[in-house]
Design a protein around this ligand. Structure first.
Ligand SMILES: C[S@@+](CC[C@H](N)C(=O)[O-])C[C@H]1O[C@@H](n2cnc3c(N)ncnc32)[C@H](O)[C@@H]1O
Length: 216
């Protein structure tokens, strides 16, 4: 039994952790009303975890790959120190206005800069301009996780972190009958990370799987 498969247990957890801030709650609802795949939004549970993680690590330079409606960027900014900068990259330019409006209304939004474009193409440029990164939140195209990892790793500060979302991919990573492109992408990424001697790594079964990677 897990929080992912048992809605009753998930509701219990949500009642016993910090409440979702009102603006994030509205954004979550708005995301479910307007977007085709609303479950991509980090949501209450993972959002509170990301905020807490920022409190623990205190990263100053943060890169997020995959903004969607801005929910996770707002949680990263909320928990990060006052002098932190969150650079978040989103491919879909139709989302730009909605995302920026949300950032503008968020008390921690001044820490966030939105970049519209392809994460893989922007990693090098943004890293030269704003890196090295104390923390990277990887949450864009699942097929490209291994490429993101290889591109961004040289720009992660020694002692810095990569947090990768959806690394259990609905459990499909361990299903030998699953061969779709996204499952293959995540599996490839997971095996690269597992065999990388330069990092410590742990997969948390939180929501859809969150891998914490610590650069030594
Ligand atoms: C899972 S959602 C991100 C969710 C968000 N981080 C959150 O937790 O609320 C993935 C996002 O990555 C974007 N994306 C997909 N491919 C991308 C790429 N190559 N570069 C940048 N963003 C990309 C998608 O448009 C989508 O909005």
């Amino acid at each position: 039994m897990s929080v992912t498969t048992d809605p009753g247990l998930e509701q219990y957890v949500l009642r016993h952790i910090d409440p979702e801030p009102e603006q994030l709650h509205r954004l979550n609802r708005e995301t479910h009303r307007r977007c085709l795949y609303p479950d991509m939004c980090s949501g209450h549970y993972q959002g509170r975890f990301l905020k807490m993680l920022m409190r623990m690590i205190k990263p100053v330079n943060i890169l997020e790959l995959g903004t969607f409606t801005g929910y996770s960027a707002m949680c990263l900014a909320e928990g990060a120190p006052d002098n932190a900068a969150v650079h978040t990259v989103e491919l879909n330019d139709e989302m730009g206005r909605m995302i920026q409006e949300n950032f503008n209304q968020w008390p921690h939004g001044h820490k966030i800069t939105l970049h519209i474009g392809d994460a893989l193409q922007l990693i090098e440029q943004l890293s030269r301009q704003y890196g090295p990164w104390d923390l990277v939140f990887m949450d864009a195209n699942k097929r490209n996780y291994a490429d993101y990892y290889q591109a961004v790793m040289p720009h992660v500060a020694s002692g810095g972190f990569i947090v990768a979302d959806n690394t259990l991919w609905y459990g499909k990573v361990a299903d030998s009958d699953a061969h779709d492109a996204q499952t293959l992408g995540i599996r490839h990424f997971n095996s690269i990370v597992a065999s990388d001697p330069h990092v410590e790594k742990v997969i948390l079964p939180l929501r859809d799987g969150l891998t914490l990677i610590h650069k030594l």
